[in-house]
Ligand binder design. Structure first.
Ligand SMILES: NC(=[NH2+])NCCC[C@H](N)C(=O)O
Length: 517
């Protein structure tokens, strides 16, 4: 989304605010204004600044200290702002005496009532209602959807807007094709969407990125499965669900074959012990090993990695159709992405280059044909980890290393945020460490992992919700039930299904934001 450039995008309202303040009998803007928020001074900043102005002469404390000590309250019963007297750090005075002095000496103000002391040392401030409504409502009307935001925060240099805006990549959601969209993906989607909006409103250039799990042998398995169980019609209708079903079916076959081989091997062992012929059983074993799902999938994926157009074509269609469907579902949450990247998009060259650097710097070592990095010398908890498998293929971590560099080359980001569930804390810590010791500390320092637990506090009753669509469906149904418990109100809702849907989605979003982060 295009953002207006330049530092002055929001300076106009300040002038208008000044005139509103004059109308309330105040000369002009408060003298003390937080320099970070000054150009867009929103009402809360304005009140904090105003109170700071009034308290500075009474207490003799630095305005910065007072401003910082004025805190929001837990609930409005406790005032609009509060100040803990000890936070003023006045030496040689008892906090309760300080609190009383402040209340006694607090001058008449057009914006706030005379404060009161609570629990001896806490001073509570209540805003006067009338000026509050006239200031806030006016500011909301003037700023529209930009109310409460300061686009200048995203400037590289606030005093020199021509330096441009800071850029941030926010990587979030990142589900795996043909696998369920689980609670971790849901929370990542919500938190990531929220962060994107916040950075955008703070004037950063935001790139919303979805890093799909779309590469690896399992996509060979999927292609083999589609040959057997796939339906073109189903694929078009419901790609995400259908591919998942196919994957489940073919995985079961592959598991069965694995067990079969194990059983046959046991039998061969026994036959050998009793000197009986084993040829027949052995032939069966090698037939499964050579023609079974696993081997077919391995071959198929190998063709994909070698750039075989036909193999890639099939896979790409699965990916493209899934993305179309994802987009529709994300839209229900008002979430979109600028870049659908994914593990498949990481170029071999960038991974090879990373491998070369790791080797040259003596960071990686050979380990029984595979390549490993020992991070224990940096931190015990980072452990040892593979960056290349014995057969030369890459791993999840390898692809992340390559992707990190490619994103930097492409976007020159000032910051990159990975919104990923806490199961992957170690993975991301390893990633950032490896990037750092490869000599890219500057890039590593720009990367941040936003982690979260996966307790959802919302169980989908049937326990069958596997995809985002199902989850949203389930919460909608639940809401509908709740609505029906009040029949007289229910009858007044014109489109209950639609309303339940909207409420359900809102509930999912809101419950994630109710905890303090
Ligand atoms: N850059 C990353 N590794 N991002 C997280 C990707 C999450 C992964 N697709 C999963 O579902 O587990």
């Amino acid at each position: 989304m295009a953002l207006s450039n330049g530092a002055n995008a929001h300076t106009q309202p300040v002038d208008e605010l000044t005139s509103s303040l004059r109308a309330l009998g105040l000369e002009s803007l408060p003298k003390y204004s937080n320099p970070n928020t000054y150009p867009t001074l929103n009402p809360v900043d304005l009140y904090r600044s105003h109170i700071t102005d009034l308290l500075a002469p009474i207490t003799g404390v630095e305005p910065d200290v007072i401003y910082g000590a004025l805190q929001s309250t837990q609930s409005l019963d406790y005032g609009d702002l509060m100040l803990a007297a000890p936070a003023l750090r006045l030496k040689g005075k008892k906090p309760d005496a300080v609190a009383n002095e402040i209340v006694d000496q607090f001058p008449e103000s057009a914006l706030v009532d005379k404060p009161s002391v609570d629990r001896k040392t806490t001073i509570r401030f209540f805003f006067k209602p009338m000026p509050l409504t006239s200031l806030v409502l006016k500011s909301i009307l003037q700023n529209g959807e930009n109310y409460g935001f300061n686009q200048n925060l995203g400037l590289r240099d606030a005093s020199n807007p021509s330096e441009g805006r800071k850029s941030v990549i926010i990587e979030f959601s990142s589900p795996n094709i043909a696998k369920p969209f689980h609670a971790g993906h849901l929370r990542s989607t919500i938190i990531g969407g929220f962060l994107s909006n916040m950075y955008q409103k703070a004037g950063w250039d935001v790139t919303r990125m979805n890093y799909l799990g779309d590469w690896g042998k399992q996509y060979g398995v999927l292609a083999v499965g589609f040959d057997k169980y796939g339906s073109e019609e189903e694929l078009q209708k419901n790609p995400i669900g259908h591919l998942y079903d196919v994957y489940v079916k073919i995985s079961a076959v592959s598991r069965e074959e694995g067990e079969q081989v194990k059983g046959l091997e046991e039998e061969v062992k026994k036959l050998r012990e009793s000197n009986e012929p084993t040829a027949e059983k052995e032939a069966e074993i090698s037939r499964i090993k050579n023609e079974g799902v696993d081997e077919q999938a391995r071959k198929y994926f190998k063709r994909m990695t070698e750039g075989d157009a036909e193999a890639l074509g099939v896979w790409k269609r699965f990916r493209d159709l899934s993305i179309v469907k994802y987009k529709q579902t994300y839209a229900r949450l008002n979430i979109w992405f600028d870049d659908y990247s994914g593990e498949s998009q990481v170029k071999d060259e960038s991974m090879e280059e990373a491998a070369r650097i790791l080797e040259e710097k003596g960071i990686s070592e050979q380990s029984e044909g595979a390549v490993m990095v020992d991070l224990e010398k940096y931190s015990k908890r980072l452990g040892k980890t593979l960056v290349k498998k014995k057969d030369g293929t890459t791993l999840y971590l390898t692809r992340d290393i390559g992707a990190n560099q490619e994103r930097y080359d492409k976007y020159r980001f000032d910051k990159m945020i990975y919104v990923v569930a806490s199961q992957q804390d170690l993975h991301l810590a390893q990633l950032f460490k490896i990037i750092e010791i490869m000599g890219r500390k500057e890039i590593a320092d720009r990367c941040q992992h936003i982690t979260f637990g996966m307790v959802l506090g919302m169980s989908t009753r049937k326990g069958t919700a596997k995809f985002l669509d199902d989850i949203l469906e389930a919460v909608g149904e639940k809401m509908h039930e709740v609505m029906k418990t009040n029949q007289s109100k229910y009858e007044q809702v014109s489109d209950p299904e639609q309303t339940a849907d909207t409420l359900g989605i809102s509930a999912v979003m809101v419950q994630d934001m109710t905890g303090k982060r």
